[in-house]
Design a protein around this ligand. Structure first.
Ligand code: GUN
Length: 299
């Protein structure tokens, strides 16, 4: 049976380190880390995520600011708020929760965030730094950064010679994940909906990352024995066995059958999920260190 990678516990370690780093920053007389989270509209899932981000920021000892804006907020109003946050010295990280309402150009909004406050790692400057291997100064998107820490717990920091297959090519997870694995010396393949014979390709992977948003798509017989399997998916599916109208969370990996084959696997929930918020805190404290002219802490 595979080792179960406990993302909740690794995320707690990261948050605990962020708290210590924050306290040390204050001792040095620097400004406390400030995180601004902006949400537009009433999407219930987004509201839960944002509340959790703001709560964890407070727990870390940050200055935590939340802008909750109505769904009919104009693009111009949102850009003005971002401009003000860019200029605000008490703010080191700006996160605009996605998706945004259709009348707002999300790309334009993201590119308006100052790259040195872009703790989501979505600005072209940060995407470019990651793509060129400038990892010392890049902000890396939180979900792939967190997935990478989980992989390192199992495999160590140098992944030289290992075959990695990333299933999914999104800008938020698949592409940055592939770049991180490449920077760690893996041989990387990105698979997607047009890939031929995905099961055969997946079986070549020593590290298999599933980030497609399709419940239990990756099957046990797609997995090489001993592989490290990272499941980024969070899908809510009906669970009539729990009662009428009930649901449960599953990943992109068929967990029970895959756990029999893999060497290590992340569960859903409790795997990659908790790492995303922890890495947002890590990026924000790093930004505050850089703003104070101090060496950036690593995680
Ligand atoms: N919506 C879903 N995931 C994310 C994320 O990582 N960052 C932001 N800003 N919005 C999201």
């Amino acid at each position: 049976m595979a080792e179960v990678i406990n993302g909740k516990s690794v995320a707690e370690d990261v948050v605990s380190k962020v708290k210590t780093l924050t306290a040390e920053l204050l001792v040095k007389g620097a400004t406390k880390p400030g995180l601004a989270v902006v949400i537009v509209g009433e999407d219930p899932a987004s509201q839960v995520y944002v509340a959790s981000k703001s709560r964890t920021a407070k727990e870390c000892g940050f200055h935590s600011l939340q802008h909750t804006l109505p769904a009919d907020t104009t693009e111009e109003q949102l850009l003005k708020i971002i401009g003000d946050l860019n200029a605000d010295k008490s703010i080191h990280g700006i996160l605009v929760q996605l998706p945004l309402p259709g009348h707002i150009d999300a790309g334009k909004v993201i590119q308006t965030i100052a790259p040195e406050k872009d703790v989501d790692g979505f600005h072209f400057i940060n995407v470019g730094k990651l793509g060129t291997g400038e990892l010392e100064t890049a902000f890396v998107p939180c979900t792939p950064a967190g997935s990478m820490l989980l992989i390192e717990r199992v495999r160590g920091k140098d992944l030289s010679g290992l075959n990695a297959v990333v299933v999914g090519r999104s800008n938020i997870v698949g592409k940055p994940m592939a770049n991180l694995l490449l920077a760690a010396n893996c041989t990387v393949t990105i698979a997607h909906s047009r890939t031929r014979d995905l099961p055969a390709l997946a079986r070549t992977a020593d590290i298999l990352v599933a980030a497609v948003g399709r419940p239990e798509m990756v099957k046990g017989d797609w997995v090489k024995p001993g592989a490290t399997v990272i499941d980024v998916g969070i899908n809510r599916v009906p669970a009539p066995e729990k009662g009428e109208g009930k649901s449960r969370l599953v990943g992109d990996v068929a967990y029970a059958e895959t756990a029999k084959v893999a060497g290590a696997i992340t569960p859903v929930p409790g795997g990659v999920g908790p790492m995303t918020i922890a890495m947002l805190m890590a990026n924000t404290v790093a930004s505050a260190y850089l703003a104070a002219g101090l060496k950036r802490p690593s995680f």
